[in-house]
Design a protein around this ligand. Structure first.
Ligand code: KG4
Ligand code: ZN
Length: 348
């Protein structure tokens, strides 16, 4: 196999049908069809609606990706696909499509971990990953601190959320404030007009005793409840809710804990490079505070551009190309979709 394998990656773990094509470490195209608008009125992703949308979007999105990249399917060296974690029915659509392509083209298939792909995507933007890299992965479904000696086969979880994921907390608080779904980008936008020290919301799992048991774990459910109580108290008193201040103060509580623990993990493990990935990595305040704290501790920070932080096919292609380049074994054709694939299992 060549040093610069041409790999098509398929991502269908949630509501984005993503098809990316990577040559080696170069991104050729990142085509995404999203069903997010279809879920907005339900305030969350409806699994059956997402699966159906993936089915409809798959072939046109693969065709669009090839056309825009000027690549013929016959030129591909391998197919990679998100095998998990994610919504079971949604994953199945992507895995079935990837198998069909691999069989039809006679190329190997790599079933890869969605979370590892969120880390690997930064290779196409900022080059090879230092080994080890510390990964802070923050999305709608996950919040993890990962020690990553090798993104193709060695990822160790140092901690994760014990309740809501960071993105989930953003979405729930946005709903409480009457902002549209998905709420993260709206909270981010509204918070720019607010005062982030207006309200002192709780920082989960940061007290002495909590730190003993949950050194690198996160918890956002208590924060969400605190925001709800604060808003309800205002409403009950007949006072207007200062939406921008609540959004800014809530956002500060989330990004304060995320960055504090990520920097502590780097220092304790002697890691000089921190990479933030996942949808919440698009958050402007998270990016700014992470940069400030990394600078203060001599840590190099890498964050992909916002379009590569949210779910996409490029990340799956990027990880697939790494697997090929490093000579990792391809998956079997009967590879399963695993909705609860552990983060340590990079490929299946
Ligand atoms: O990685 P992703 O696209 O999908 C999952 O794998 O979950 O992440 C989606 C999450 C949503 O909860 C969304 O509200 C959040 O990322 N998000 C943000 C921002 N952009 C997206 N959260 C905070 N600030 C943002 N700018
Ligand atoms: Zn994701």
């Amino acid at each position: 196999m060549s040093e610069q394998p041409l790999v098509l990656g398929i991502e269908t773990s949630c509501d984005e049908t993503g098809v990316g094509i990577v040559r080696g470490q170069t991104l050729l195209v990142d085509a995404v069809a999203s069903s997010v608008d279809e879920h907005a009125r339900f305030g969350g992703v409806v699994p059956e609606v997402a699966s159906r949308a993936h089915l409809e979007a798959m072939v046109p999105t693969v065709e669009r990706a090839c056309r825009d990249a000027g690549v013929r399917l016959e030129d591909l060296d391998a197919i990679s696909v998100t095998a998990g974690p994610g919504l079971a029915g949604a994953l199945l659509v992507g895995v079935a499509a990837a198998k069909a392509l691999a069989v039809g083209l006679g190329v190997p298939i790599y079933g890869v971990n969605h979370l590892a792909a969120h880390v690997a995507v930064d290779i196409v933007e900022h080059g090879p990953l230092p080994e080890p890299t510390m990964g802070l992965l923050v999305s709608g479904g996950h919040s993890n601190l990962l020690l990553v000696p090798d993104v193709t086969h060695d990822i160790r979880s140092l901690g994760s959320t014990i309740d809501d994921a960071a993105g989930e907390a953003f979405d729930k608080v946005a709903r409480l404030l009457g902002l549209p779904f998905p709420g993260g980008p709206h909270v981010d936008r509204v918070a720019r007009e607010g005062d982030r020290v207006a309200i002192d919301f709780p920082r989960g799992l940061t007290s002495g005793r909590d730190l003993e048991r949950h050194r690198f774990d996160y918890s956002f459910s208590g924060l969400k409840t605190a925001v709800a109580r604060w808003v309800q108290a205002r409403e009950a008193a007949g006072e207007p809710v200062p939406v921008a201040d609540v959004a800014a103060s809530f956002q500060e509580a989330v990004v304060d804990v995320l960055t504090r623990k990520a920097v502590a993990a780097c220092r304790e493990h002697g890691v000089d490079d921190l990479l933030i990935g996942g949808g919440v990595a698009a958050n402007s305040r998270l990016r700014a505070l992470a940069q400030e704290r990394c600078d203060a501790h001599g840590i190099r920070l890498r964050v992909p551009r916002p379009g590569l932080c949210t779910d996409n096919g490029a990340m799956v292609a990027a990880l697939g190309a790494q697997m090929v380049s490093k000579g990792r074994q391809a998956s079997r054709l009967d590879l399963p979709a695993d909705s609860s694939q552990p983060v340590e299992q990079v490929s299946s």
